[in-house]
Design a protein around this ligand. Structure first.
Ligand code: LLP
Length: 421
């Protein structure tokens, strides 16, 4: 079951709520609309897939950092993957169990590593200088840090270059030829470091589970080598990256079950605890960006729907040429003919589009439309370009009520940055 679907009456629903009704009751535009039950169902899909394995679902907070969303994910049993001091602070505020949290990143700052040491979260080692900083953080806080080595397995994830991370020329992780140096360093710091696992993350929007299998095969071989040197490591972290069906055109994509099943035998054969770090596949399809049509225009051979949403709230189409499905929330007016439109925002540059060459009924001024799958890497990547302020977020609860889960930003909020200067 998916939360956003068109019913027979031609209206789009979020669970059992007409999006049109919510659209009419919310004064601002655009806004993000989530289904809370869909978040639960997505976690459930992973929990079911992981049955019979020792495991941690480390939700990648970068995908969506709404506090209410985080609290909900935490209550459902998730841990968290953090890539900055502030994400770590937020995870602690949201009540995540530190022993289910992993601090990751290629440029972690010493002050943030100290915070991680105090909190007792796992820390991924990314490079020589990173290891140096981790040792220093352990010394200054007098805490022994549980570390995983982020190994760069050089497996091609077959995705857009901007979201590929596990190939040998990437800025992330440690290449295998350096592995021994890191093991020796860990051995040299028995009071500061405890090596507990190995991590890899290949990239994002991956749609073939064989890719995860290939990486996991390499990773368990590294784990065998590491164990052969007397390290008792028990965590295999295969990262995140499972893609979702952005196209809504009936393609069958691998599920969390498919992903876990492709590595299950490897995990069991080495008696490992499996950490996964899903972001997109947990949260993307739980949310739409709901926009209003400001007007329709034609220039040259192009028809445009100009709406309230833009690259400021949803940059993925501009940045990665990503496709996100767009549809009107109500049936077209009688006589409205379908055309091919570029759906664009009001931001002053031509990179500002939400969708290109979309077949849509010509909408009336003021009509509502949605951009689907906006739960991951949309609000968390939103900017205030052109002083478009970050929008409010709402969700539909289990009982069908609509609740605001984040206030939109205002012009007054912006002016506050200059108070007293
Ligand atoms: N773990 C690590 C170490 C990561 O770097 C990432 C994402 C994840 C987990 C979660 O990956 P996911 O399951 O969400 O694919 N802004 C881009 C995506 C960047 C992904 C960065 N790393 C986009 O909008 O497509």
């Amino acid at each position: 079951k998916h939360c956003f679907s068109k019913f027979e009456d031609g209206f789009l629903y979020c669970e059992n709520n007409k999006v049109e009704d919510i659209f009419n009751s919310v004064e601002e535009s655009p806004f993000y609309l989530y289904s809370k039950p869909q978040i639960s169902r997505n976690v459930e899909a992973y929990s079911e897939a992981l049955e019979g394995l020792d495991s941690i679902i480390g939700y990648a907070i970068k995908a969506n950092n709404n506090l209410k969303v985080l609290e909900h994910l935490r209550k459902l049993g998730c841990g968290a993957v953090l890539v900055s001091g502030n994400e770590l602070r937020l995870a602690l505020r949201a009540g995540f169990d530190p022993t289910k949290c992993i601090f990751n990143g290629n440029g972690k700052l010493l002050e943030d590593l100290k915070l991680a040491a105090e909190a007792g979260v796992f820390v991924n080692v990314d490079s020589e200088f990173d290891l140096e900083n981790i040792v220093e953080a352990a010394k200054s806080t007098k805490k022994k840090i549980n570390v995983l080595l982020r190994i760069n397995p050089d497996v091609d994830p077959q995705v857009h270059a901007y979201v590929a991370t596990g190939n040998k020329n990437s800025k992330f992780g440690i290449r295998n030829e350096k592995l021994q140096w890191f093991l020796d360093e860990v051995k040299a710091h028995p009071n500061e470091l405890k090596l507990v696992g190995a991590h890899c993350h290949l990239g994002s929007t991956i749609t073939k589970v064989d890719i995860f299998r290939d990486a996991a095969v390499l990773m368990v071989n590294y784990i065998d080598q590491i164990r052969a040197q007397g390290f008792e490591i028990k965590y295999l972290n295969i990262g995140g990256g499972l893609g979702i069906d952005y196209h809504h055109a009936g393609a069958v994509l691998p599920t969390p079950m498919d992903l876990i099943n492709t590595v299950r035998d490897l995990v069991l054969s080495r008696d490992l605890n499996l950490i996964i770090e899903p972001g997109r596949s947990l949260i993307a399809n739980t949310c739409c960006l709901v926009c209003r049509v400001t007007g329709v225009k034609t220039n040259g051979t192009k028809n445009f729907i100009v709406g309230t949403g833009s690259m400021a709230e949803l940059i993925r189409p501009s940045l990665y040429d990503a496709y996100q499905h767009i549809e009107l929330i109500s049936p077209p007016s009688p006589g409205a003919h379908a055309s091919t439109f570029d759906v664009v925002g009001p931001v002053c540059e031509s990179a500002d589009f939400l969708g290109k060459d979309r077949e849509l009924p010509t909408p009336d001024k003021g009509a509502g439309f949605v951009v689907h799958d906006a739960g991951a890497y949309c609000m968390s990547m939103a900017s205030t370009y052109n002083l478009k302020m970050r929008p409010s977020e709402y969700w539909v609860e289990e009982d069908g009520s609509v609740e605001k889960i984040r206030h939109g930003e205002s012009f007054e909020d912006y002016m506050r940055f200059f108070d007293g200067l």
